[in-house]
Write a protein that binds this ligand. Structure first.
Ligand code: ZN
Ligand code: ZN
Length: 298
């Protein structure tokens, strides 16, 4: 080792410290005094980002051709601002089903569903705002055993929710490339279908996104209830179901995709279909309407 690799401390002539060690300590000090980076939410899609490389330009989710960049330009907000300016509304749909939505409307108006189940509750999809009232409400219903996500437009603040409720987040592996904040609670699942508990299943159906998935809950209705997010779009008439690659940009999926999805749904028993937005529930003839809708294209 060269003489220049060491430095003497003034007044302590008997102690010499390797220069490399001093450099290391200085680097650590610099890391420690870095200002804390606050996660930012894209106000158009509601996705939370921690890494500034994703927030230094336009939102990567909205830059994708399924979304759009707003005419007024990219805008960001923080959880504190959401907590000050918005609230979450909890609505009981039935004994074991609650809906959680942010008011006034934030981002694309995402809603989450709390599904109560004997062996552990599930949050289907997620919303950006997580506040004290929401935590208290969900804990009063027994907390969460899992968060299950339909597709990337619901990633919102999933990592915060999963930390708060100490539970995993199920996301299909086909959508891994769209996960910009890879928290330790994210559990990527593979294949066509997995069973969770109490007969509840997640089914990968694709279409809107390669990882787009449905949640199938057998006990919420006589023949079973499917939560479809916006993987299937229930029309206002409730007599038609469509599948789009992009809803805001009106890009349909291909005919071969409609055929594939139609066939994938044939063997699934269900009578109720619950979509992503208000007034999107078809019951009890959801299966017949879904297949009749797809057959219009084929
Ligand atoms: Zn966005
Ligand atoms: Zn979507």
């Amino acid at each position: 080792m060269k003489r220049s690799d060491f430095i003497k401390l003034s007044g302590m002539s008997s102690i010499i410290i390797p220069q490399a060690l001093i450099d290391k300590c200085t680097e650590q000090d610099q890391e420690q005094i870095k200002p804390e980076v606050k996660p930012l939410f894209c106000t158009t899609c509601g996705t939370q980002f921690i890494d500034t490389k994703h927030t230094s330009g336009n939102c990567p989710v909205c830059s994708n051709d399924r979304q759009y960049l707003p005419a007024k330009g990219q805008a960001w907000t923080k959880m504190e601002e959401l907590r000050s300016n918005y609230t979450n509304l909890f609505t009981r749909i039935s004994d074991n089903l609650y809906e959680i939505i942010t008011l006034p409307k934030f981002a694309i108006g995402q809603k989450a569903f709390l599904i109560l189940s004997p062996n552990g509750n599930i949050l289907w999809d997620c919303i950006s705002l997580l506040n004290e009232a929401t935590v208290e409400f969900i804990k009063s219903k027994g907390g969460l055993k899992a968060i299950v996500i339909s597709h990337p437009h619901y990633y919102s603040s999933i990592n915060d929710w999963a930390e708060t409720f100490n539970c995993p987040i199920y996301i299909h592996q086909n959508d891994e490339e769209f996960i910009y904040t890879k928290g330790s609670r994210i559990s990527l699942w593979k294949g066509a279908e997995i069973e969770l508990w109490d007969g509840i299943k997640i089914k990968n159906i694709g279409g809107h996104f390669p990882g787009s998935s449905l949640l199938i809950v057998p006990y919420l209705s006589a023949k079973g209830t499917i939560f479809c997010g916006d993987t299937f779009y229930i029309s206002p008439s409730k007599t038609h179901v469509s599948v789009m690659y992009s809803y805001p940009n009106f890009i349909p999926v291909s005919l071969s995709e409609i055929k594939r999805i139609n066939e994938s749904m044939i063997n699934i028993p269900f009578d109720t279909l619950i979509g992503a937005f208000d007034n999107q529930k078809i019951s009890p003839n959801a299966k017949e309407i879904l297949h009749a809708s797809f057959l219009k294209y084929i």
